[in-house]
Design a protein around this ligand. Structure first.
Ligand SMILES: [Cu+2]
Length: 162
């Protein structure tokens, strides 16, 4: 009986060690730093919106953002803007390259994480769960605040007096 327990404990320890070896970076800091993420607050009734942020690849390996997930909307896509017949149009992109040592801005009029078919209307200040999926790095879970576009902080907005 004791023998079986020891054997089981040994197998468990070996499994843990194997798992750690499979994921050498599990305890290291993530190579991609996410700065100033926000979800744009849209007028009521708008079923779609977008998330913006700056992605800094601080590591020595080229990476790519290959997808995003969120429980807040039916569909989540990576989008860019492109001139089509003199009009700015959004288009889905398969991935957003993050070369080593560079910063990539997802910003209005450019790259963004598109949230299509919001399950519920968003409110300013609320946080939206968004998971970023990378090709060669662990996924990153964010809770992204909802803001009016161009609004640096809520305090700034309420500080105006007329
Ligand atoms: Cu879009």
């Amino acid at each position: 009986m004791i023998g079986r327990l020891v054997l089981f404990a040994l197998i468990f320890a070996l499994a843990l060690a194997a798992h750690a070896a499979d994921h050498p970076g599990a305890s290291d800091p993530h190579p991609v730093e996410v700065e100033q993420p926000f979800v744009r607050l849209m007028p009521p009734g708008q079923p779609n919106t977008a998330a913006f942020m700056v992605l800094r690849n601080t590591g020595g390996v080229d990476l790519a953002l290959i997808g995003a997930e969120s429980g807040a909307s039916r569909v989540v896509e990576l989008h860019d803007h492109q001139m089509v017949d003199g009009m700015m149009r959004m288009r889905e992109v398969g991935q957003i390259p993050l070369p080593a040592g560079t910063r990539t801005a997802l910003e209005p009029g450019g790259l963004h994480v598109m949230l299509i078919g919001l399950h519920e209307p968003l409110r300013a200040g609320q946080r939206v769960p968004i998971t970023l999926v990378f090709d060669d790095a662990p996924s990153v879970e964010l809770h992204v605040p909802v803001r009016h576009p161009g609004e640096e902080t809520p305090m700034h907005h309420h500080g105006h007096r007329h």
